[in-house]
Design a protein around this ligand. Structure first.
Ligand code: NAD
Ligand code: UDP
Length: 308
């Protein structure tokens, strides 16, 4: 039985990872400071003798025995990571140093949840891992983008200098049950607005694009990456790209809502387009997303309906 540490385990993606790795027969330690994570996401796992919940902040050092680390801890939605940008940067930078030191002490494998945000407002489309990105180092998204870029640098330096078995995945927009309703991201906002028959708030003119991946697909890819001999970075996301306006219309169609679409100012540095090139994940991990967006959104709408 492997002893696995999942930081940010009470968050959206982390909670799905906890469940899946427990079901695969591992001992799972879920670590979280509950900044954006919710106890209800992991409540059903607490009675499992192979599950442990540990309230801790990864900006502080940690000394426990583990075989693998999935470093998922970091607020991921723009309103959350911009709430305390200095703390966000510390979570990415001090956090990954603490986790890499822990990996070294334990001779453990470590996987980092990086992001498509390292590509910034991309000049290459779709985004491929070899693209270095177009990131504003001093804007309101920089605490997140540059924090994640710095974490990638530290991971590769620990890998080269200290021989640590490291893995980087770059996650593209992911959605599904356990997203926080107050998260502020487009999927949760639009679904909740539609369910409450409130206005659907499009930022800008809605021509910007995103590519949405269902969480079960993503979690399969994350675990495949950990089991592989790759270091990465490897993109994980669903290449099916759509405009935010089309996405709003799809939510209206699936919920049968009478909400009106309204337009609000576009936040600065909002990327104009985003689509993963997943050739590497397809060929080296034998992974590609399977869940159709309409099915994935149906499960997500059901989750938010129950929550409301
Ligand atoms: P989330 O906000 O739901 O989860 C993050 C979790 O980390 C929360 O439980 C939070 O309480 C915890 N956390 C934050 N700072 C911490 C700290 N200093 N110490 C301990 N715990 C801390 O976000 P998510 O969508 O589940 O994202 C998980 C990871 O995946 C993040 O690292 C994020 O950057 C990355 N990611 C997510 C997406 C996406 O679309 N969801 C896209 C790209 C990358
Ligand atoms: N967005 C929007 N309305 C909302 C929330 C977000 O139009 O209520 C837009 C946002 O400006 C961005 C896209 O939807 O262009 C995706 O935003 P999200 O915060 O989900 O993710 P990210 O920008 O980090 O990809």
């Amino acid at each position: 039985m492997k002893k696995i540490l999942i930081t940010g385990g009470a968050g959206f993606i982390g909670s799905h990872l906890c469940k899946k790795l427990l079901n695969e027969g591992n001992y799972v330690i879920c670590l979280d400071n509950f900044f954006t994570g919710k106890r209800r996401n992991i409540e059903h796992l607490l009675s499992n003798p192979n599950f442990e919940l540990f309230e801790h902040d990864i900006t502080e050092p940690l000394n426990i025995n583990i075989d693998e680390i999935y470093n998922m801890a970091c607020p991921a939605s723009p309103p959350h990571y911009q709430y305390d940008p200095i703390k966000t940067m510390k979570t990415s930078v001090f956090g990954i140093i603490n986790m890499l030191e822990l990996a070294q002490k334990n001779n453990a494998k470590i996987l980092q949840a990086s992001t498509s945000e390292v590509y910034g407002d991309p000049k290459i489309h779709p985004q491929i891992e070899s693209y270095w990105g177009n990131v504003n180092p001093i804007g309101i998204r920089s605490c997140y983008d540059e924090g994640k870029r710095c974490a990638e640098t530290l991971i590769m330096d620990y890998h080269r200098q200290k021989n640590i078995d490291t893995k980087i995945i770059r996650i593209f927009n992911t959605y599904g049950p356990n997203m926080a309703p107050d998260d502020g991201r487009v999927v949760s906002n639009f679904i909740i607005q539609a369910l409450k028959e409130e206005d659907i708030t499009i930022y800008g003119d809605g021509t910007q694009t995103r590519s949405f991946c269902y969480v079960d697909d993503l979690v399969d890819g994350i675990i495949k990456m950990m089991k592989s001999d790759l270091t990465g970075p490897v993109n994980l996301g669903n290449p099916s790209e759509r405009t935010i306006l089309d996405f709003a219309k799809l939510i209206l169609e699936l919920t049968g809502s009478k909400s009106k679409i309204v337009y609000k100012p576009l936040p600065s540095d909002d990327p104009t387009k985003r689509q993963p090139d997943i050739t590497l994940a397809k060929t080296k991990l034998n992974w590609e997303p399977k869940v159709d967006i309409k099915d994935g959104l149906k499960y997500t709408v059901e989750y938010f309906k129950a929550l409301l």
